[in-house]
Design a protein around this ligand. Sequence first.
Ligand SMILES: [Zn+2]
Length: 253
Amino acid sequence: MPTPLDVLAFAAHPDDVELSAGGTMALLANQGYKTGIVDLTKGQLGSRGTPELRLQEANAASKILGVSERVNLGMEDGNITNDEENRLKIIQVTRTYRPHIVLVNAPIDRHPDHPKAANLVKDALFYAGLIKIETHDAEGNPQSPWRPDHILHYMQTTPFEPTLIVDVSDTWETRTTALKAFASQFFNTGYSAGEDEPETFISNPAFFEWIEARARTYGHMIGANFGEPFLYNQGPIAVSDLVSTLSLKKAFK
Ligand SMILES: [Zn+2]
């Protein structure tokens, strides 16, 4: 039986997590937490590279981020539907890894697949806790119900007012290295794009600069060099030690 994970990150496409929560994933691994990434699709509709190449790139990125498990659920890119088949895939993987915290795409974003993934995962996580929904592990054994305690949405293109910002100053470099493992997707001098592969929104060198500027902006809000913002929609977050929690919030530099 696989080791339970502390944090499991779901993504519509391979590279979504690296782009928006890579610093957080690397930080969690450094702190000794077990992490995993579940990509819903292989990114078949991506304008550059192939699904096989993106799979190799994803595995290379996982190693850099210290991710223990990476799974691809093989859903249809551009057509992520909230149906029973897809929910069962997510329920099965959730019951396998039994995470306490789940990261997923934002409920509103530029790419239509991102909110679809967010809603599908949110619904499936609720059903994963119901005993009468039966699933089986890879060996055919029945799985016990499991509902993660917390869902956090990471920020991609469309900004939102973050509930919390993770200080990723210590892992920013690692996260950038992981992102560059997706050589076909982002600007990379070592990748020669095919003739029919256009420059895209994310393959332009300015895109990296924008991503860094945003991480610096959110980092600045918490007095850090780099920050990754998250949205939490499950009400207030409990605090047991007010002084300790607020002491993390540094003054503006
Ligand atoms: Zn995406």
